[in-house]
Write a protein that binds this ligand. Sequence first.
Ligand code: NAP
Length: 322
Amino acid sequence: MKYKKLGTTDIETSVIGLGTWAMGGWMWGGGNDKDSVAAIHSALDSGVNLIDTAPAYGLGRSEEIVGEAIKGRRDKVVIATKCGLVWHTDKGNHFFDEEGKPVHRYLGADSIRYELEQSLKRLGTDYIDLYITHWQDPTTPVSETMAILEELKKEGKIRAIGISNVNKEEMSEYLESGTLDSIQEKYSMLDREIESGLLPLSEQNNVSILSYSPLAQGLLTGKIDPERTFSGDDQRIEDPRFSQENRQKIAAMLSKMKPVADQHNITLGQLVIAWTVSQSSQMFALCGARNPVQAKENAAAGAVSLTNSELDQVSSALAAYF
Ligand SMILES: NC(=O)c1ccc[n+]([C@@H]2O[C@H](COP(=O)([O-])OP(=O)(O)OC[C@H]3O[C@@H](n4cnc5c(N)ncnc54)[C@H](OP(=O)(O)O)[C@@H]3O)[C@@H](O)[C@H]2O)c1
């Protein structure tokens, strides 16, 4: 596993992080808590120290699972969790309903302080390594949000500040209002929008990029065959990316990359993750996993180094897909 410092901090962080959204169950057709805890243990045992969670992932369920799994090894873990998607107040903007509760985007100072205390309890800790504004709230000035986050940092309750789902202007405002150490954005072979704005801005300002959904929610693992079905509230049921036609296109693209994977004796999913992490010196990949097998496989991608010519081979297979 390779490790890098998070933003301007001295927090040594694994380039592969474990994402725990699916462990919350919500939007992923339910979850299995026993498998989730085992997945977290497997990731930690494989050198992953970065674990990403959020209150919104199952209204606290994901954070509770993480808290349970890291008992006795808290000091070995870089916990990233989030604020700003709230169900204790109807201030801010209504965003969606989860388990019958209206969830609002709200980043006011009092609410952030309240949310942090709830997260600390669920995670069984007295500090968060990276505290991230999950979605942006147009009703609160960034300067107010950043002021409370800086205050929490001085109090030792959080160690670093991150933001998620921002545009370039919002990121610039955060940079002007305090010390920003990380952004968290959708980034994969199929989702490369940040390359034209947020990625270069991060590199210029020593801000780490935590890419989310680097496996395009499993599509890029090479394991979504024509027979795979999704159930319950799994968001992939309606997603055109998971149509039979697109599964075929993805399979054709991945087969062109297979010689590179074979050279390293790695799976296609591991190749995809290694390619993603190679796209910037600031890049980390948050890979979701539901069980120990997936977590171990994804973690092992953190040891893979691709040559320039291999990166080019992968990029040309990708270009043929679009
Ligand atoms: N800030 C934000 O707004 C935001 C948004 C999205 C995600 N995130 C974070 O980023 C993390 C990662 O993103 P993601 O979970 O959306 O997508 P992802 O990492 O691209 O895909 C995760 C899913 O792919 C499948 N998978 C993963 N590894 C596999 C393997 N080795 N073999 C076979 N299947 C595998 C699993 O689903 P199945 O087993 O069900 O197929 C897993 O739940 C999240 O968990 C969350 O922590 C943040």
